[in-house]
Design a protein around this ligand. Sequence first.
Ligand code: GLU
Length: 419
Amino acid sequence: MNEQVEELDPFKISQKQLYNASKLIGLDENIYKALSEPEKIITIKITMKMDNGEIKTFKGFRCQYNSARGPMKGGIRWHPDENESLVKALSAWMTWKCACVSIPLGGAKGGIICNPKELSENELQKLARNYIRKLSGDVGPNIDVPAPDVYTNPQIMAWMMDEYETIIGEHAPSVITGKPVELGGSEGRGVATAKGGNYCIREAAKDIGLDLKDAKVIIQGYGNAGSYAASLLHNEYGCRIIGISDSKGAVFNKEGIEPLKALEHKQKTSSVVGLDGTQQLTNEELLELECDVLIPAALENVITKKNAGSIKAKIVAELANGPTTPDADEILYKNGVIVIPDFLCNAGGVSVSYFEMVQGYYLHFWSEKEVFASLDKIMTKAYRDTVNKAKEYNTNNRMGAYIIAIERVVNAMKLRGWI
Ligand code: GLU
């Protein structure tokens, strides 16, 4: 590869991160090889009749990365830019995520190449049912448990659960998580990713003596996770949200943006752009503004070697999966920026998904208070473990989190007699 060109392929990036962490702990080369590829990749084709009678074919995937620690777990993304490399990378990150926060699950990820914004309700339902029908032998409460991700939601999970239960002829709520609460979803699942990230931010702020009251926060990506993070940081810790963005652009107000007003504006106009009392910026400009906490909460590769040196935040809390490239990681570490790495920072979602699976097995449901108390415990411990591991190996937090995760997955593989 040309030295000048930064690697942006998500799966190659995930392999590079794994390789770097493996080197730090002197992992056997053949064990690295075993960890660097998924167990199984399923590619499917969904052909269906659209509302206007037109026949359309969609391509979908499910990648099952590693099952040593338990049933595999991971969301389903519906996006026009979905592709096999991305699904593979995301399934690897799910494996490290579940291991890092120590929930007894492996990692997987799925996706369909489509633009759900252009589909009717009826077409969305057809697509969801078709997807699960094609995968019905490969998913299940003790095999692989899907969940929402970019552009999928509780309603889509409900259709998928219903289709699966129809096929097997019995109830099986733990086949999927992120369901509506009325159908066995967990209290708190909707806000869980943001909530988990905020517990990490609270801990990181403690470590550097940053008072979160009036701390300046920027959120790149005002979707589900980003908008909940803004409201919770504002309401619970008194943070000042000074900038937010979505795919159409960014807005800034140094006096602070009211998170709920921004959400209402986005729901009405489909973008945060044009929000009253704000100045418009590009997404690139937003990332480089002076602030205390920067939260990338959208897609991959937004902090690269091009802009990492210009990031002024004290803490970068990665609610998105894969927002920072390995080259950018080195620059941030050198500049003393505290990075809360993606598969730690956004593990609140899958942690509450795990609670949802447990509640589904028992048909016994917890209050929101119980869910958040358990989540706080898991996230705080994982954050502390990560920081300590990074210190032990004199490396950055991402490598610290990888080392914890690799050790747990390798240990499970050894105990099973796989290696
Ligand atoms: N899609 C979320 C993630 O990337 C949640 C996965 C899950 O709950 O299984 O972590």
